[in-house]
Write a protein that binds this ligand. Structure first.
Ligand SMILES: Cc1cc2nc3c(=O)[nH]c(=O)nc-3n(C[C@H](O)[C@H](O)[C@H](O)COP(=O)(O)O)c2cc1C
Length: 387
């Protein structure tokens, strides 16, 4: 029996309103942060603490889930063994539902020797400065997706979220057979429609405000620039699949606003970057706290568009757009630079992913305390006290 047996049916039977959830039977419940998503998963708050590669640890995932939200384990850059270990660690720390997150596979880019040469030449002075060798630019650039997917099926988390496209029929069926609910990610209404067509259980709408990689299906496509609010408004009237709002949400009031616009849950990343349990490095924390500029979109770290606060590498590489390789080759090219920079405590070559509303980031908190605070803020904005 699938874990998510009747969830879509029951979700379709109700909607959020100022007065609270209204069931198809016409019964209105008191206003609350409850949604069919939070009800199904027995949550205090319809919140997913975003999977953030390099930041979200198994501890953070477990603490988020134990606090009554949903933690999400970023596994895109993990080998199958590392992924197995991270999931096992999370399972030791929580018995509550959590998500596992992967990047869908990208075709290996075909790149001319001249282009590779240009990319190596432009970045050579930086490697000299950091005393590191030029990396091998032979595939594979990322862990094997099929092997990661096998771990996913074997470990069967409650939710599987993914970015960069639509999961094919066979993989979707495998998830359904094991009762794993699927969450696809869209940056436009068109992408969301494709995800709905594929039969995903949830669609995470990632507005342009979001920090980190843009989930755009087509790696070379320009930024569509649709805000979370616009995306949610257009999708809510056209889609039947339950929606999760992501991008720029930093407070409990903003959570409630997204629910009022038709979301069943929200996914928040930037707000949690400075959590005690986050693996956010010291130089990254320094950039977040001492920002001299707002986050910008860039391809210089991985070849895919992502939003981050400009560090020296992000700023200087703007002058060399011809020397940026496609995803995920650029990721392989810059990874050693980023790693060395972080190891020596320098922010110069790190990616400092952050969303547009990073100015509202809090500092000095645990994942659990922020979740409780967001719940308090959300309830207060509905005119209710804490539970
Ligand atoms: C540091 C960082 C790393 C991220 N890594 C991932 C990831 O591995 N997988 C993913 O699906 N989304 C990733 N995201 C995007 C988040 O899932 C989410 O869409 C985004 O954080 C929402 O916008 P916000 O940062 O304004 O809250 C990342 C975001 C950040 C800030």
């Amino acid at each position: 029996m699938a874990k998510f047996g009747n969830i879509i049916h029951s979700i379709a039977q109700s909607s959020w309103s100022e007065e609270g959830w209204v069931s198809k039977m016409g019964q209105t419940k008191r206003p609350s942060l409850e949604t069919p998503f939070s009800k199904r998963l027995h949550l205090r708050l319809p919140l997913i603490v975003a999977p953030m590669a390099g930041v979200t640890t198994p501890e953070m995932v477990a603490h988020a889930s134990n606090a009554g939200a949903v933690g999400s384990l970023p596994c895109a850059y993990l080998s199958p063994d590392q992924m197995t270990e991270a999931i096992a660690k999370t399972n030791l720390l929580t018995t509550r539902p959590f998500a596992v997150n992967l990047f869908l596979p990208s075709p290996v880019p075909r790149v001319s020797k001249d282009r590779i040469q240009a990319a190596l030449e432009v970045t050579a002075p930086y490697r000299d400065e950091m005393s590191i060798e030029a990396p091998s630019l032979l595939p594979p650039f990322l862990p094997n997706f099929e092997a990661q997917f096998e771990v996913l099926l074997r470990t069967s988390p409650t939710l599987f979220s993914f970015v960069f496209g639509v999961l094919d029929r066979e993989h979707m069926q495998a998830c359904r057979d094991r009762g794993i609910a699927t969450v696809g990610t869209a940056t436009t209404l068109e992408e969301a429609l494709e995800l709905e067509e594929s039969g995903v259980n949830y669609i995470c709408l990632q507005g342009t405000e979001a920090g980190g990689h843009r989930a755009i299906f087509e790696p070379e496509q320009d930024e569509p620039g649709v805000s979370m609010k616009d995306l949610l408004e257009s999708a809510a009237s056209k889609l039947k699949t339950p929606l999760i709002a992501a991008g720029g949400i930093m407070t409990g009031q903003e959570i409630v606003r997204a629910l009022k616009l038709g979301a069943q849950a929200v996914q928040m990343g930037t707000a949690f970057l400075l959590a005690d349990e986050a693996a956010t490095s010291k130089p990254y924390r320094d950039v977040l706290l001492n920002r001299s500029a707002g986050p910008e979109l860039t391809r210089v770290f991985t070849g895919r568009l992502a939003r981050g606060i400009p560090t020296r590498f992000q700023t200087e590489m703007k002058a060399s757009p011809h020397a940026i390789l496609p995803f995920p080759m650029q990721h392989a090219l810059t990874r050693p630079l980023r790693a060395k920079s972080e190891t020596i405590g320098s922010s110069q070559f790190i990616s400092a992913w952050a969303g547009q509303n990073v100015a509202e980031i809090r500092n000095g908190f645990s994942t659990v305390s922020l979740i409780h605070e967001l719940e308090r803020e959300g309830l207060a904005s509905l005119g209710l006290g804490s539970r």
